[in-house]
Structure formats: structure tokens, C-alpha cells
Write a protein that binds this ligand. Structure first.
Ligand SMILES: C[S@@+](CC[C@H](N)C(=O)[O-])C[C@H]1O[C@@H](n2cnc3c(N)ncnc32)[C@H](O)[C@@H]1O
Length: 378
């Protein structure tokens, strides 16, 4: 059974009049120190994305591998940063030269924090933020509770465990204390297209990073084996032009969720879903330019017994449909199994392995390249 999804692409029309366009901005733009929260291990991809896509960036983004954040200085509209796709969330950092967090309750510091909260809230439609939360190591201490209460009262937001407006308070690396204010009501990795949040669906910021690693080009045939609810297909379509993206899954229920999500994303035109088994992929030999897979980890989705036959099949069938030199980007938490299967096959070269941290787990992203076919294979 095949699903062919057709949806209209959203075109970004510029409705500004010539006069509006010519008018110079009156207000001097504020400078911000920002923190992009990312899946630990993927900082370099976010740093590259910031360099490529953020106009108004001051200097170079700074990060340490595996720490889960990228720092950068920025001058411009904060809302523009919400377009970053490999980040989990963006925070503005306010630094205070104070010895203890209690001092943040002082008039001057408190006003600075509430002003920044006001700036963030004013970027979004009225009523977007209803609740507030604070994340801090000593969150349950009296001082943090007072601070939380005062900020809730000052901003007329209800204090809850996970608020729309989320702040973090922590000691600064050198000295003093920092308050971080998230600039969006939800993490940016929570995408609007995710109407169906399938159990075991891949974090969208990680899916986006995998698609960037795949370096898929405009005329590519992009294949997602075991596509589930369609995250990798949609994230690939977001990056730019593509000839065709094909998702294959053996669960009809997963494909139905993918169909709804893809339609909601507005990228349905180029995405085809196939109900099929990874042991026997219904695609021609030598036809795919780029392949991606978020394989069942064997915890939430699948089990280790079925994985033992699924993983070699994915590499074998993936190798059959891949063109020579095709990239195959795979994420899995079943590392030992994946390593064993890679040792026992002859079609793929392992180019790179990226350990990452995601929801408390430590999966790896394997970057493979299809070897040229031997005479026997042709
Ligand atoms: C971890 S989930 C993929 C989640 C997906 N990336 C998303 O964001 O929704 C793994 C998927 O592999 C599929 N799967 C398991 N065994 C399969 C097989 N033999 N053939 C095709 N798909 C299979 C499952 O149905 C599931 O949707």
C-alpha cells in the first residue's frame, strides 16, 4: 500500500510596502549574550548553524564538546533566533556581580530580570505565557522559593513545575550569578507540526542535525528506513529543496501519524510514505542518494530479539538500494549490536561515530558511506 501525500507549500510573501522597507530602524538594537541548549555531542552542528543563519552574530559561537550548550553574542531581534532548528531552546543570559542569589531580589537586579521577562513576553501574542518556572540547583531553598514567588507575582504568572516562561539561575563560571530566560513559550525542539507525538519519536533538533550531517542535495532521493511518525522526513524538507523523500515503516499506525504530521508541516508535496518491511524494501537497487534511520532502540520501540534480525537487514537492504558513495546516517542506542553488525557487513564504510546524550540515554549517530559496488555485486 502506498500513500502519496500532496500539500501546498507555504510561501513566505513579503507584505512590506516600499516605504516601510526604506525606513531606517530608529531603535538601536540591544546586544545579548545567549545560550543555545543542544543535545550534548551536537554542539558543533549548532555552532555551524548559528554562524550560517544568524545575522547579527557578534564574534564566534563558543562551546565545549559534550556540555550541551553553545554561547554566542548577538545584536538583533531575539525572535529571529527562534528559527534555529538544531537547538532545544534559546536563553538570554543576564550576569550579576553578586555573591549570593538572595541579592537578585534587590531592586536594581530584580528590575533588570523583570524587564527582560517583559521583553521576551512582548515578542509573543498576548496571553501566550500563563505560567512560570525556575530551574536551579537549590530550587527548593528558601531564597529560590522567594525569588520564584516574587517573579511570579511581578509578572502575574502562576508558578508551576514546567512553566511557559522558564528561567534558570546558576552560579557564573568566573564569579557572581546568572539568570537565564528562555525566549520561547515551549522548547524550540517542540515543533508545531507534531500533531501526533508517537512514543519513541526522535527529538526534532537531533533529527534536524542528522539531516544536516547527511548533506542531502536538491536533486537527491532521500530515504528514511523505519520512518515512524515522519520527523526525519519533515526536518529534511525544512532544510531546502529536494527531489523526493521516501519514508518506509512496517506499522500502518505509525504511517498514519506520519501522514498527519507531514500534512501539518506543509511539506507533503515531495514526501512519499510506503508501508513496507525493512527486510525487503520495495525500492529499486542503486536508487537512493541519502539514507537515514532512527532504529528501534529496543526500549520504548521494538525489542532486542527483533533488532538482531532488523539491524543487519537495514544495512543489507539499505546497501542494495543505495547508490555508490551514498551517505547513511543512523541513530541507535543498541551500540554493541550496531558495532557487531557493522563488523560483519561489507557494503558500508564507517566514516564517523558521534556519541550524544538524549533524554538521559547515550545513543550514537553512525555516519556511513556506501562502498563502490564490486563486479560480483553489479
Ligand atoms: C524509533 S522509531 C522511529 C521514530 C521516528 N524517527 C519518529 O520520529 O517518529 C522506529 C520505527 O521502526 C519501525 N520498524 C520496526 N521494525 C521495522 C521493520 N521491520 N520494517 C520497517 N520499519 C520497522 C517501527 O514501526 C518504528 O516506527
Amino acid at each position: 500500500m502506498r500513500f502519496i501525500l500532496i500539500a501546498t507549500r507555504i510561501s513566505a510573501n513579503n507584505h512590506m510596502s516600499k516605504k516601510q522597507r526604506r525606513k531606517p530602524t530608529q531603535k538601536a538594537q540591544t546586544r545579548y549574550l545567549c545560550e543555545a541548549e543542544v543535545a550534548p555531542g551536537l554542539e558543533f552542528i549548532t555552532a555551524e548553524e548559528i554562524q550560517k543563519r544568524v545575522s547579527g552574530l557578534i564574534g564566534q559561537p563558543q562551546y565545549q564538546k559534550g556540555k550541551g550548550f553553545v554561547h554566542f553574542r548577538y545584536q538583533g531581534e531575539l525572535k529571529a533566533l527562534c528559527a534555529l532548528k538544531t537547538v532545544i531552546a534559546i536563553y538570554v543570559i543576564l550576569k550579576f556581580d553578586v555573591p549570593r542569589p538572595k541579592a537578585l531580589l534587590g531592586h536594581q537586579h530584580f528590575t533588570k530580570i523583570t524587564q527582560m521577562i517583559h521583553s521576551v513576553r512582548s515578542m509573543w501574542p498576548a496571553g501566550t505565557f500563563k505560567t512560570l518556572s525556575i530551574g536551579a540547583a537549590g530550587k527548593h531553598t528558601k531564597v529560590m522559593q522567594r525569588l520564584q514567588q516574587a517573579l511570579g507575582e511581578g509578572s502575574h504568572l502562576e508558578v508551576v513545575e514546567r512553566g511557559d516562561l522558564h528561567l534558570r539561575i546558576r552560579p557564573a563560571k568566573d564569579m557572581g550569578w546568572e539568570t537565564l530566560i528562555r525566549i520561547s513559550p515551549r522548547p524550540l525542539a517542540t515543533r508545531d507540526y507534531r500533531i501526533h507525538n508517537m512514543e519513541g519519536a526522535l527529538n526534532a533538533s537531533v533529527a534536524h542535525a542528522m539531516c544536516l550531517l547527511a548533506n542531502s542535495q536538491a536533486n537527491d532521493i532521500f530515504v528514511n528506513i523505519a520512518c515512524g511518525s515522519g520527523t526525519l522526513l519533515i526536518e529534511r524538507a525544512m532544510i531546502g529543496e529536494l527531489w523526493q523523500a521516501i519514508g518506509i515503516d512496517n506499522r500502518l499506525e505509525a504511517l498514519q501519524m506520519a501522514q498527519v504530521n507531514i500534512e501539518a508541516s506543509g511539506y507533503g508535496q515531495k514526501i512519499e510514505l510506503i508501508w513496507g518491511d525493512a527486510h525487503q524494501i520495495p525500492l529499486a537497487d542503486n536508487s537512493a542518494d541519502v539514507l537515514v534511520a532512527d532504529l528501534p532502540f529496543g526500549q520504548l520501540v521494538g525489542d532486542m530479539t527483533s533488532n538482531e534480525t532488523l539491524y543487519p537487514a537495514v544495512l543489507k537492504e539499505g546497501g542494495r538500494i543505495a547508490k555508490d558513495g551514498a551517505q547513511f546516517i543512523i541513530i541507535t542506542h543498541a551500540i554493541k549490536l550496531m558495532e557487531k553488525v557493522l563488523r560483519e557487513q561489507g557494503m558500508w564504510v564507517v566514516e564517523r561515530i558521534l556519541p550524544i546524550t538524549l533524554s538521559g540515554l547515550h545513543p550514537r549517530i553512525f555516519l556511513l558511506k556506501r562502498k563502490s559496488r564490486t563486479i560480483d555485486e553489479v
